[in-house]
Design a protein around this ligand. Structure first.
Ligand code: ZN
Length: 344
């Protein structure tokens, strides 16, 4: 089968398309899915580049997001038929530990993500546990389902489950164009919140506005964006800040928050170690709330909103699998608003 293989860490040039990778067989409780669309996440860049301590089984296949049709059923799988259209929850879990049994699969002691700790979606076929599947209605394209999966479950879990977002609250998104940000923007609007967006370019900010942002702020505004947030909120600050940039922005996020505010984080695209002024945390009674991915019930909730048309996958670019190196370059350059999809 076609697959994009990684033999060692490095730049986009390390991604190698092959046509003769062996087709994997599903085990007990697993299915083989014929991938028709895969979507890229910043996670793919981190895994490709590597970090101290990461261990991959080479050749490794990247990719957390996919949608397609069932190609084969493993032993013990019932309720599904070959040919069914499906989207895949990208969080892998043991199904047995206390976290799994209480509905927090994303806290599983053997938590894993497709394409990071397991073989991923940049391939014609993938094996996943049947419990990760959700049936995909005919009116939703495979590209939309793949583009939505990881970012929407991550955004929903962060904002709604962990962040306890309530109607009428104000939400600041640090960053306009990333997949999680475009998901957070839609979820916050659906929840009845006022949304502020800080972005790097007028173009990205205008697109955020078209998606529903109430107030847009340039990252390079005179005096700094956190001061502008303070001014625009009559020195109150916002109830919730979504900061997945990390090192470069976290302290400004603390400044932007109102007393009692929550800072939500699911990532750190600018770097992991951030310097913060702790006086802001205790002086303003702030909560810093982290999470990663989301449990399966959150995946089902948010995908159903996609299926009902309440939320929309934002696809910025589509590349054929053969052009995966260019797709990685585009993602790393931050040049695309919304998700990048790989078509198979
Ligand atoms: Zn578990």
């Amino acid at each position: 089968m076609q697959a994009v293989l990684l033999y060692e860490h490095g730049g986009p040039e390390k991604l190698t398309l092959v046509n003769d990778h062996p087709v994997p067989d599903p085990g007990h409780g697993e299915v083989r899915v014929r991938v028709l669309a895969a979507a890229m996440n910043y996670l793919d860049i981190w895994v490709r580049s590597g970090w101290p301590g990461i261990k991959l089984d080479y050749p490794h296949i990247l990719g957390a997001d996919a949608s397609g049709t069932i190609d084969a059923l493993g032993e013990g799988v019932t309720g599904w038929t070959v040919g069914d259209r499906v989207a895949i929850d990208p969080t892998l879990s043991c199904g047995e530990c206390v976290f799994c049994r209480t509905g927090y699969q994303n806290r599983c002691t053997r938590f894993a993500i497709l394409g990071e700790h397991a073989s991923g979606t940049y391939a014609e076929m993938i094996i996943v546990p049947v419990r990760n599947l959700i049936a995909l209605p005919e009116h939703i394209s495979h590209a939309e389902a793949a583009a939505a999966s990881l970012v929407f479950v991550t955004a929903w879990h962060s904002l709604i489950t962990r962040g306890g977002l309530r109607p009428g609250e104000s939400v600041l998104l640090v960053g306009a164009g990333g997949g999680v940000n475009t998901a957070c923007l839609q979820i916050a609007k659906l929840a009845g919140c006022t949304v502020y967006v800080v972005g790097s370019t007028d173009d990205k900010l205008e697109r955020a506005k078209a998606l529903g942002a109430d107030v847009i702020i340039r990252r390079d505004v005179d005096g700094g964006w956190s001061r502008m947030v303070y001014r625009l909120t009559a020195k109150r600050g916002v109830d919730v800040v979504v900061d997945n940039v990390g090192q470069a922005t976290l302290n400004d996020s603390l400044r932007s928050a109102a007393r009692g505010g929550r800072i939500l984080t699911v990532g750190n695209t600018s770097g992991a170690e951030a310097m913060i002024d702790n006086r802001l945390v205790f002086g303003k009674h702030l909560s810093l709330i982290g999470s990663t991915m989301g449990p399966h019930r959150d995946y089902v909730s948010v995908m159903n909103l996609l299926f009902k048309g309440k939320l929309k996958a934002v696809i910025g670019a589509t590349y054929p699998l053969a052009d995966v190196q260019d797709a990685h370059r585009a993602l790393e350059a931050g040049a695309v608003f919304g998700k990048i999809v790989l078509a198979l």
